[in-house]
Every structure is written in structure tokens, then in C-alpha cells.
Write a protein that binds this ligand. Structure first.
Ligand code: SF4
Length: 245
């Protein structure tokens, strides 16, 4: 399962010149999750990630390679939540390792595909206290308003990451999660937006293939992404009888 490999390769180069801080996943340190959407009013906000004209990028990639996603961990490029004093550019990247979707077992394959379809929805089930997430899947934006109370109580990307990973790991197909947060001033935010668009297109194409879309490449609207991403056509060829003209 290497459809996303070119994007994953680029993802770790987006964070700027400094080495990332790394934290192992520890569910016992997860930031309190309220379990439902909680409004952070502007007057109670310390700052926003991706506020105003700042970058606010989010995307998710899937692999079966333990070399790319070895273990559950959180990486931070740039200042932490307690160190930021004003609105900041922001990227959150999720890299998921799943079981082998090219398995011969039909049920396993179907399940892994479903995991890919569901993965993008996890962000709608994470509600860290004082960390109000506003997303737009169309533009791959994820903007976050942080409350003053949360900053006073010691909120950090490590503890937010623990909350996210705990949610992702509720899906048994998800074997490991690498979560990357970027706030570094010298990060490549334009590159991150490009990666987000490609990852989104790959996921949309996979979803359509799974749903049994038409199989004529000549008239298929997904041809540009299939031409760009190695392995996409083979995946569809494996599922259907095809016309590749
Ligand atoms: S392989 Fe061809 S038909 Fe299938 S999704 Fe890609 S372009 Fe469309």
C-alpha cells in the first residue's frame, strides 16, 4: 500500500530547518476530551492556530510500511502551545499504518478500505478541552482556537496528540500513528497545502474506486490523480475489469 508514499516522503521535509521534538504516545497523558463540541469565545481565546491569513493545513496519509510509521509518536516542529504568544501558521499531518490492504482475504481488504474512508472523520470526534477545532474538508483547512484557560492549565501539542492518537487507535485496522504538528516560522506552508491537496485527491479516488465507479480511464474524472500517483490504476485494475484507453 504505497499510494501515499510520495506525499509521506515530502511530509517530513515540511517542518523547517530545526529538528522536531519527539514524544512517545502515552494515553494516560491525553489532554481532557469533552466528548462534544465546545465553543471557545473570542474574548476567552489566547490565540488561533491558522487564524486570520495564517496557513491552517491538515491532511492524512495511509501506509502499510513499518519503516515509514514505525510506532505511535508525536512530532513537533516549532513553538509549542505554551510558547506561542499570538496567531500562528499551523499544519497537522496524520500518518497511519494499517494492515495490508492488498491481502488476498476479501474481508480484510474491505475492512482496510473502510478504515481509510473513516480516517478523515476522526477529526470530528476529537474535542480537546479549550482547543476548538474548525475544519473544512473541501479546502483541507483545520483552524484551532485555544482558550486562555487551556494555556494556563498547561496544554501542549504532546497532550493534544495523545488525545488524537487514542481516537485513531479505536479502529483495529490502525496499527500505528505518527502525528506531526508544525508551527515553525520557516516551515514550507505552501508545500504543505500542495501535499494536502494530493492526499485528499488520493483518498477521494480510493473511496470512489471502492464504491464501484465506472472503469473507463479515458472518460474518468480521476485520471489526473491516477496518472500522478503510482499504484492507483493497479488498485482499480485489481478490483474491476477495465478499459485503459
Ligand atoms: S484507474 Fe482509470 S478508471 Fe480507475 S479510477 Fe483511475 S482513471 Fe479512473
Amino acid at each position: 500500500m504505497d499510494l501515499y508514499h510520495s506525499v509521506i516522503g515530502r511530509a517530513e521535509e515540511l517542518g523547517g530547518s530545526s529538528a522536531p521534538r519527539r514524544y512517545p504516545y502515552d494515553p494516560s497523558r491525553a489532554w481532557e476530551d469533552t466528548g462534544a463540541f465546545e465553543l471557545v469565545m473570542l474574548r476567552d481565546a489566547a490565540f488561533e492556530l491558522g487564524g486570520g491569513s495564517k496557513a491552517a493545513v491538515n491532511f492524512t496519509c495511509v501506509t502499510t510500511s513499518p519503516a515509514l510509521v514505525e510506532k505511535d509518536e508525536i512530532l513537533l516542529y516549532g513553538p509549542d502551545l505554551g510558547e506561542l504568544k499570538s496567531d500562528s501558521d499551523y499544519v497537522r499531518i496524520t500518518l497511519l499504518r494499517v494492515g495490508d490492504i492488498e491481502s488476498d482475504d476479501e474481508d480484510d481488504t474491505e475492512q482496510a478500505f473502510r478504515a481509510i474512508q473513516n480516517m478523515d472523520f476522526v477529526k470530528y470526534r476529537v474535542f480537546p478541552k479549550g482547543f476548538m477545532i474548525r475544519t473544512s474538508s473541501e479546502s483541507n483547512r483545520e483552524q484551532v482556537r485555544i482558550s486562555k484557560d487551556a494555556v494556563r492549565s498547561g496544554i501542549s501539542f504532546e497532550r493534544i496528540g495523545d488525545d488524537f492518537i487514542r481516537q485513531y487507535k479505536q479502529d483495529p485496522n490502525v496499527l500505528a500513528v505518527k502525528l506531526i504538528f508544525i508551527t515553525a516560522p520557516d516551515a514550507d506552508y505552501a508545500g504543505a497545502k500542495k501535499c494536502a491537496r494530493t492526499a485528499h485527491d488520493i483518498t477521494m479516488s480510493l473511496t470512489k474506486i471502492l464504491e464501484g465507479m465506472p472503469t473507463d480511464c479515458g472518460s474518468c474524472s480521476l485520471k489526473p490523480i491516477c496518472d500522478e500517483v503510482e499504484g492507483m490504476k493497479e488498485l482499480h485494475f485489481g478490483k474491476e475489469k477495465h478499459t485503459t484507453e
